[in-house]
Design a protein around this ligand. Structure first.
Ligand SMILES: *[C@@H]1O[C@H](CO)[C@@H](O)[C@H](O)[C@H]1NC(C)=O
Ligand SMILES: *[C@@H]1O[C@H](CO)[C@@H](O)[C@H](O)[C@H]1NC(C)=O
Length: 366
């Protein structure tokens, strides 16, 4: 049910700008370091675009059909969408036009976000130092920093981050992203990791618009006593921040060990938040309120069950469907009903442990 809700919500949001996209001038060859686990779109401005790619790990095998790789999709405008790329998908991505002429080629190094080194300037944490390797010559491993992203909040203190990618420079040669440089050579070094650096920022608000605010609710799971909240369209390439009951959740709080009731998932730049307490959580993407999550207590669910006669479940569902004045409302109610039925099922099993067995016996008799 949540999936269909998601689908509707993502359809409601304009597709333009929803993915971080990378472009390269026509007939050119571009090299880029990116991070694993964050969706990206590679542009190819031609009709009838055909994508071919080769992963450096399994050298010499060109793949001619993006659809055969489950996280890739060719979009109607010719771009290639890669969802949650893996570091093993580091390689060459080539786009050809209808006549088979090469339009553009991307050499992409998807650096492993799980190994990312995170530092906060205000906590005095230092980024990684330059280091030399000796793979035959004298290679320097260093971090190539991207520009700082925008401040994640305006009108009040926020934070901004910048991403740093692992590059290798050989004397007199142009530096290359580490794993494009290494190719299928296996080498492990503690220095060879992407980085993220954070600092505090304060910018005035220019224009505020809250055009696409998603409303959702959540429940702490019984096992982990936590819930994961996802900020729609969030990505590590975008400024993003969360508030719990209007109190900002910061990287500083997390990295200094002060915030213990929430965990920002660094592997997507904090687009996903793990929460351990019921509160109103709001996420801001590019300084704009994007989603609000309200806690749904189990008492609410039980109270709503009391008012409905669950013996007549199909009728109830139909009545609800009829009453719902919008698709979204309908989906929400069905979600509630589903959770309610699940809960009732658990209660039923608890209080009637023999129920399952008796049904089995009935089946045997029949
Ligand atoms: C795409 O190609 C068309 C025709 O070649 C050109 O007019 C247009 O400016 C290109 N768009 C971009 C974004 O490069
Ligand atoms: C590390 O190496 C890079 C690339 O050569 C260079 O630009 C940078 O200044 C070096 N940093 C330090 C601290 O030496």
């Amino acid at each position: 049910m949540l999936t269909s809700l998601w689908l509707l919500l993502s359809l409601a949001v304009p597709v333009q700008g929803s993915y971080f996209s990378v472009s390269c001038p026509s007939r050119r060859h571009c090299q880029r370091a990116l991070l694993s686990n964050n969706d990206i779109m590679l542009h190819c401005n031609t009709s009838g675009a055909q994508w071919h790619f080769i992963f450096l790990q399994n050298k010499a095998i060109w793949v001619y059909n993006p659809a055969s790789t489950s996280n890739m999709e060719t979009m109607p405008d010719g771009s290639l969408l890669i969802r949650n790329p893996l570091s093993s998908q580091t390689g060459f991505y080539s786009c050809r036009d209808q006549e088979g002429r090469k339009v553009v080629q991307y050499d992409i190094d998807f650096q492993d976000v799980e190994t990312m080194h995170i530092t906060h300037k205000d906590l005095g944490q230092k980024p990684l130092q330059n280091e030399t390797l000796s793979l035959g010559g004298k290679e320097l491993v260093f971090t190539h920093w991207e520009p700082w992203q925008d401040c994640n909040r305006c009108g009040k203190p926020g934070e901004r981050k910048r991403l740093g990618f692992c590059y290798i420079e050989e004397s007199l040669e142009k530096p290359m992203p580490c794993w494009l440089y290494l190719g299928d050579m296996k080498l492990w070094s503690h220095r060879m990791r992407p980085e993220m650096q954070v600092e505090t920022c304060h910018v005035p608000c220019t224009s505020l618009s809250e055009e696409h605010v998603t409303f959702d609710d959540f429940e702490l799971s019984e096992n982990s006593e936590s819930a994961w909240l996802t900020c729609p369209l969030g990505s590590i390439y975008r400024p993003i921040t969360w508030e719990a009951n209007s109190i900002p959740l910061t990287w500083k709080g997390q990295l200094s060990g002060q915030d213990v009731n929430t965990v920002l998932d660094a592997s997507n730049g904090g687009s996903r938040l793990q929460v351990f307490q019921g509160a109103i959580y709001e996420c801001f993407l590019q300084q704009e309120l994007t989603a609000r999550f309200n806690p749904r207590s189990k008492l609410d669910v039980l109270a709503s069950l009391n008012t409905e006669d669950l013996q007549q479940q199909p009728g109830v569902e139909e009545a609800w469907k009829g009453k719902a004045d919008s698709v979204l409302k309908g989906l929400k109610l069905m979600l509630l009903l589903g959770t309610g039925l699940g809960l009732l099922g658990v209660l039923f099993k608890l209080f009637h442990p023999s129920w399952g067995r008796r049904r089995d016996q009935l089946l045997v008799v029949k």
